[in-house]
Design a protein around this ligand. Structure first.
Ligand code: MG
Length: 267
């Protein structure tokens, strides 16, 4: 199958956002036409994000500001995947959440009890916590060191999150702080784990052969595609350069200068 045929055989596109559809606060000029073409040809797309500091509602507002119309059903987030994982493996667990109010609300909305009363906690959830305090670090350390084998889950492994001035520490960095104190590592949910692509396929009824992940990072986006057994499409419109691609042991199925080439193939 040549590249165009392979692209045409895809029915579900899972898009990374920053570096793929926009950069910072600047929408790429091809994005709206791409999304329209996917819809108009009877296909589906979802925005797939590791960022658990924002709720789906926050993301809808952010995309709206950039000029993309979106609804709740257009997203697959690491918060949703975390809730799904918890339902499967720790149903009815009462959660200690080291995360934002948005993440707590999202997990409560899925039916979980969130508590700060440590003796009530059954499970720890780490998010990208832009509201982090030392108190939370102490609580998590105490739980891990005093409650043997307490389930410990992190929404995403990213060490840093890009900002307009560079980077700030993300969930993975905070988990390293906790590791230094406790020697414990969490189960990690977001990309490069296959959980988000798998959940998206199961939820919307698509097979692996019909599904592609489109993103600008090999070690998260493309790795999640490879781990889930779906097509990985790397775009060079964000973080990854040709040199980085050459050096990487993980090879995407398709490499595009940017995502507008998908429009050309399926339109
Ligand atoms: Mg990206």
């Amino acid at each position: 199958m040549d590249q165009k045929e392979l692209l045409r055989s895809k029915k579900l596109f899972l898009f990374d956002m920053d570096g793929t559809l926009y950069l910072g606060n600047r929408l790429y000029d091809f994005t709206n036409e791409l999304l329209r073409t996917i819809k108009n040809t009877g296909r589906r797309y979802l925005f797939m994000t590791n960022n658990s500091s924002k709720s789906v509602e926050d993301y809808i507002k952010k995309l709206e500001k950039l000029g993309i119309a979106a609804t709740r059903d257009d997203f697959i987030t690491s918060s949703q995947a975390t809730a799904h994982y918890l339902k499967l493996h720790h149903p009815d667990a009462r959660l200690y959440v080291c995360g934002t109010m948005s993440l707590k609300r999202e997990l409560e909305r899925e039916g979980f009890t969130v508590t700060e009363n440590l003796s009530d906690v059954d499970c720890i959830v780490m998010g990208f916590d832009t509201e982090l305090t030392f108190r939370k670090l102490e609580d998590v350390s105490r739980l891990l060191l005093t409650r043997e084998n307490i389930p410990y889950i992190a929404t995403n492994p990213d060490y840093v999150c890009p900002t307009e001035f560079g980077s700030v520490p993300d969930c993975g960095s905070v988990c390293d702080m906790i590791f230094n104190a406790t020697g414990k590592r969490p189960v990690v949910i977001g990309k490069p784990s296959p959980l988000m692509p798998k959940l998206a396929m199961a939820k919307w009824g698509y097979a692996a052969e019909e599904t592609a992940v489109v993103g600008d990072r090999i070690y998260t986006d493309i790795k999640s595609a490879l781990n889930a057994g779906v097509t990985g499409i790397l775009v060079l419109s964000g973080e990854t350069t040709s040199e980085m691609l050459e050096k990487s042991g993980d090879k995407p199925h398709i490499v595009l200068q940017n995502a507008s080439f998908i429009t050309d193939a399926i339109g």
